[in-house]
Each structure stands twice: as C-alpha cells, then as structure tokens.
Design a binder for this molecule. Sequence first.
Ligand SMILES: [Zn+2]
Ligand SMILES: [Zn+2]
Length: 472
Amino acid sequence: MVSNLYLKCDICEKITNLKYQMGFINHHPIRFKCKCGVTLNGERNEKGIHFKNAKQLSTEEIKRLNLKQISQIISISPEFLTNPPSSVYDAFDTMPISPFIRTTIEIENYEEYRMEFQRILTYKSDGLQLVKNCNDLYEAKNKKALENVVRRDMRMSAQHFPMENDADELRIMLYVNQSQYMNEIGKDHLLQAQEIFSKAVKDHKYQVVGLALLLNRVGNLNRWQRDTVKLQQRIMDNVEYLLPVIGVNYYKSTNAILKSARVITTASFEDVKSLYVDLYEHICRTMGLVAGLDNIFTRGDFRILRNDSTNIFKGRVLEGLITESVHGKIVNYISDLEPCEKLIGKYLDKDVRNGIGHFSYDAHEVANTYGQIINFIDAKDKTKCTNRSLKEICYYIWQMYKSLAVIYELIYRFQILILGLKGITPSSLKIVGTNTELKSRTYRNMIKISPNDICPCGSGMKYKKCCGRRLN
Ligand SMILES: [Zn+2]
Ligand SMILES: [Zn+2]
C-alpha cells in the first residue's frame, strides 16, 4: 500500500509529494533532498511520520493545493530502493509502479529475500541486547554474571559450553557474537573462514603457530576482537539506514542495480560516512590475519608478502604490513586473486575512504542528484576525482559488516592457539552447529616449541627470549 503525504519544507516552503510505501518496518529514518538542497530529516515511528525540518499539510491544506505548487514527487520506502524524484509533470504522465510491486517483479527469489530481512530484524529485536550484555560482562571481567547470562538468556548449557578457563570463555564469546551470522546473514563468510583456517592448520601447522605468535607480538588480537564486536553492534544499531541495499544481492545483477538510477531514502551521506570509515580502518588494521594466511597458502611462509610493484612494506614481510599506519598502502596491496584477501578486501574502496576520511580529499554531494551521488576530489590534484552513489556506499558498509564474520572467526582461532601455547585449551571440544573445532590432539601436536628453538614468529631470537617470555 502506498500513502500520499504532502510536506512543506521549513526552509524554502516548497512542497514535496511523498509516496510512502508501507512495509513491515515501523521504525526507520526517512531522508531525501528538498528542491532547495536541504536534506529533509524525517522518521517513522509508532506515532506516524514526522520531519524535523518540514511540516505535513493538513487535509484542508491538501484540498486547496494546486498541482503547480508541488515541486517534486518522491517514493519513500524503508525496505526498497526507489525511483529518483520526479517533477509533477513526469509523474502524472506515466503511472508509477510502487517500489514493492517493482521489487517483487525484479527479484529472483522474493521469499528468500524477505526471510533475510526478517532474520536481520529478529536479530536486532531479540538478540542484540543479550549479545551486548554478554560483551559488557566479558569486558568487565565479571565471569560469574557472564556465565549466568549465557546459561539463562542465551540457553547455552554447561555441557556444551563449559566455562572453566579463558579458552572456554573465548569460545562462549565466539558463539554469542557469531550467532548473528549463523542465521544465513553472512553465513558463507563464516564457513569459508572456518574452512580456510582448518586447511591451514592441517597442511602448515608450524606456519600457523608462527603467524599466531607474530599477530600476538606486533598486532593486538584482544583489541581487534573487541573492536570487531563494537562494529558489529554499531551496524545493527544503525541497520535501518541500510535496509534498502540488503536486497541488492537478490537482484539478477548486483552491479546493474548498483549502477542504476534508483535511490535510497533511509540515509544521507552524513548518516553513514563514519560507519564506512570505521569499518574500513578496522579491516585494514586486521589485514595481517588474512594476508598471513595467504602468504602461507601461496608462498609457503607466513612472513613473505607478494613481490609485486605496489609492495612498499618494510622488508616486504608481514610484520611491515601489520604495523603499517598508512592504510591506503594496505588497500593497494591486497588482491582479489588471493584466497583469503578476496574474502574481505573486495569492498574496500580507497577513493571513497580517502574522500571521507582524509583532509587531502574533498567529498561533496553532486548538485541535482538529490544527494545520491557523492564526488570525491583529491585536494592536491583536482583532476583526480571519482563518483560513488550513496546506495553503493551503503552496500559496501553492509558487505564489510558481513566480512567481520571472517575477521572475528580468525581472531578467535589465533587467540585459542596462543592460549594453547600457554597450556590452556577449551575443556570441551564438542562440535556445535557448523563450527568445526580444532581437535585436542591437534593442539598437542602444534605446541611443541623448545625454549632454545628459534622463535616461530620470525624475530630470529630464541623462543625463550621472544614469544616464549611474552606468553609467561
Ligand atoms: Zn526546501
Ligand atoms: Zn617470537
């Protein structure tokens, strides 16, 4: 069902005819540009639709309305991409199809798409707060309360999820946080990460141990884990901005829909830009996880980076990449041809990132695109510029959210390995869901490092003077 609303902009008093597509989401933002250039900032909640900088016309005012007074017509939907605003003449010339009808025609499997939506909204309404509670208690190191909450609210039994040591606790937190992906949202990412890690352990045990030690020595696995969780929660808190792009993958051609003229009416660039930057930075910061695994798979040594022309890391070894603070270099390095990098690197768009986050770039909305096209200009070289649509940026954010499943999974695996080197292993290795846990004997085989051995992390020092000491 589509309802008609008439809005008068507080700034210019121009009137926009809003065709609001009712959906199954009752609480969401509404954003679109008035003809004057101001972003009209609205919200639908249980009380209806309200705008901070525009007023709805009353029934009496609508009766008196002359068509000539309407400056534009726009379809609004919390769930679908819609057509760009049109002038009154256009809209009355052709009978517009509602975004809902249009989407059901264009999407290959509408039922599956609708279920994905339902899963996201259900996770947000029923799961997210419980997950936040667990993360807060984990961070506060309140083990007693955490155990109570996971048993009572998350229904994780002591039999399948004992909590006797740090490894058990990490495993519980993995399950708590990854539950959002076990429900099909990004499940493929999760399975691929598990598969890659298991394969690496099976074929290159010692290399994986070395990588874990290096990540522990120069990276920060615990902080990465915390940051991953925070970002996952932030995306879910703000997911209403992104809902119209979630369906993009269900169209016959993702690319065609991303390059189409359709618009997103739940977010403005201002609403989402910091999400984009923070995800991008986090993924760059943790890139050592996948780059190290790719080094193992394709070059047989976790330290050795691909020897190509863009490689400018110190000594061309992984340590240089992990400690690199210029993230543009990392994005230049990663390749879609590497088995692990392609899982998370695909949606890192350097031009967009620079446009949003660097002062050397200037990002602004292109005039007459209803705020839907963003132009990124290099401040040093004005000839260098690039355009992205707002829906593309939102789509990248959603894809990066899914790749957090890979990042979390790998962080966990390396954290568990480090604990294993300290002699702490999960007390139950029962298989839960799709999660293929490392077998206990694998741990035992992996962790034979004598104090006088050269440290597997690649420092060149003796284990007892390097990571061996760090772990004690
Ligand atoms: Zn206006
Ligand atoms: Zn070491």
